[in-house]
Design a protein around this ligand. Structure first.
Ligand code: EPU
Length: 427
């Protein structure tokens, strides 16, 4: 199996350019298929989740050409209403096809994506939303089946989005764009990826207002058309590289990011003692002295992103004193803790809270990337640790990070892929 090998313990220095946002791309790719037309997306990252979703959409009759970050989506022939189980189960965002198929074809049979290693992640909120939009929704043999019954279109509704769910907000925004009447989503997610999807939908002719606040209204239209759009920069990827700089006591500029999307992280890094410089084309982080521990609670945007929790903990393993990170979104996003312990980190888990006692040094060891962000955490740990760290399970890193090894090498890291193809690093 392919692995990433890191010879760590060296400060990273230099500039790395952020890729387009994976989680925006996944939503926008599906949104593009709401129109029987051609759309062009720019700045789409070449990562495995994007490729898997492309395969799912192609299986439904959509034509996709993807090269050099530019994706052409021709959804004129969308006809299937039952995406392939083997692909859907690999990633939760594939459930966006439910909103697409219900909105455009009036019928969706989508496998339940099931749980994953960061906690039980049901789709009950999505299904309640579809039912509120007038669909008849059942689950049978592992599939969610939704139809319009005798209706020809979904009907508008008022829906309170439980737990400000990102995926539910996006799925309902897409389906409601083609519903009859004006839908109002309350307690909607405010994440930048929601806003990106809404902006794209509006370019397609939708009437979505209020994205970025907790109340979104969607005035349904009978049909949408294709559009051209550039995906926003990936705030989680950007945060990951900033944390690589912090963890190694380095000096790293992440170019092309939107600083407002990372306010919670930047504030915590400054509190920990890192120097943050917001520059015209990005953010630079520099560590000259010792870091001190900080306390963080994850929260929906604009709070501290849960996806930056494991990378942050990895970067705090050598900070003076004690840091605490309380996870409020997922009940079991803690698998990475044992992996960081292999590197010598002193971490105690107490319910939903991780207590990190700073240690003077980490030492390289074999570790596993258990999911996308747990993978980022062990890479950060390996970069900070002296000696050699060998990361297995790197298909999880490839799911969400475009060319991570090449980007780290650009910052001077001694990091290599061994034992397999390098296709995903060649972008
Ligand atoms: N939830 C339910 N039922 C539902 C939907 C959500 O119980 O029907 C729960 C989830 O289990 C979770 C909470 O509600 O505990 C919030 O989940 P949300 O729906 O907001 O998450 P998501 O849309 O499934 C997206 C990102 C995740 C990111 C979360 C939170 C995509 C494709 N995924 O997931 O990203 O952690 O929002 O910000 O956009 C990643 O990129 O590594 C990743 C996991």
């Amino acid at each position: 199996m392919e692995r990433i090998v890191i010879n760590g313990g060296h400060p990273l220095r230099g500039t790395v350019r952020v890729s387009g946002a994976k989680n925006s791309s996944l939503a926008v790719m599906v949104a593009a298929c709401l129109a029987p037309d051609v759309s062009v997306l720019e700045n789409v990252p070449h990562c495995q989740d994007v490729l898997t979703l492309s395969e799912i959409l192609q299986g439904l009759g959509v034509r996709i050409d993807f090269a050099g970050g530019r994706m052409v989506i021709d959804a004129r022939e969308l006809r299937g209403h039952r995406p392939a189980y083997d692909l859907v189960r690999r990633m939760r965002a594939s459930f966006y096809t439910a909103g697409l198929l219900l909105g455009r074809l009036g019928r969706a049979e989508v496998p339940l994506p099931g749980g994953c290693s960061i906690g039980s992640r049901p789709v009950d909120f999505h299904m309640r939303g579809f039912a509120a939009l007038g669909a008849e929704v059942t689950t049978e043999h592992g599939y969610m089946k939704a139809t319009l019954g005798r209706r020809t279109r979904l009907r508008a509704t008022q829906f309170y989005v439980p737990r400000s769910s990102v995926g539910t907000t996006i799925n309902l925004m897409m389906a409601a764009s083609l519903a009859r009447g004006t839908t109002r989503l309350q307690n909607a997610a405010r994440e930048p990826e929601v806003v990106d999807t809404a902006v794209f939908l509006n370019l397609m002719g939708a009437r979505v207002r209020g994205a970025g606040t907790d109340t979104i209204t969607i005035q349904g239209v009978p049909a949408l058309h294709g559009a051209q759009y550039a995906i926003i920069p990936d705030r989680i990827e950007a945060g990951t590289y900033l944390l690589c700089g912090v963890a190694t006591g380095g000096d790293v500029q992440v170019a092309g990011l939107i600083p407002e999307h990372l306010q919670a992280l930047l504030a915590k890094l400054a509190e920990a003692g890192a120097e943050i410089l917001v520059e015209p084309d990005g953010v630079r982080v520099r560590v000259t002295g010792e870091l001190s521990g900080v306390d963080v609670d994850t929260a929906p945007y604009p709070g501290f992103a849960t996806d930056l929790h494991p990378p942050l903990v990895a970067a705090l393993t050598r900070a003076r004193g004690v840091s605490t990170v309380r996870e409020t979104i997922y009940e079991s996003r803690f698998g990475y803790v044992d992996e960081l312990r292999r590197l010598g980190a002193d971490i105690r888990l107490d319910g939903d809270t991780v207590h990190v006692h700073g240690v003077p040094t980490l030492t390289g060891a074999p570790v596993e990337a258990l999911d996308i962000r747990a993978g980022a955490a062990v890479v950060i740990g390996g970069l900070a640790a002296t000696g050699t760290t060998e990361v297995s399970g790197i298909e999880n890193i490839d799911r969400g990070y475009e060319g991570m090894v090449a980007k780290l090498r650009g910052l001077g890291a001694q990091v290599f892929r061994v034992g397999g193809e390098v296709a995903l690093e060649v972008v």
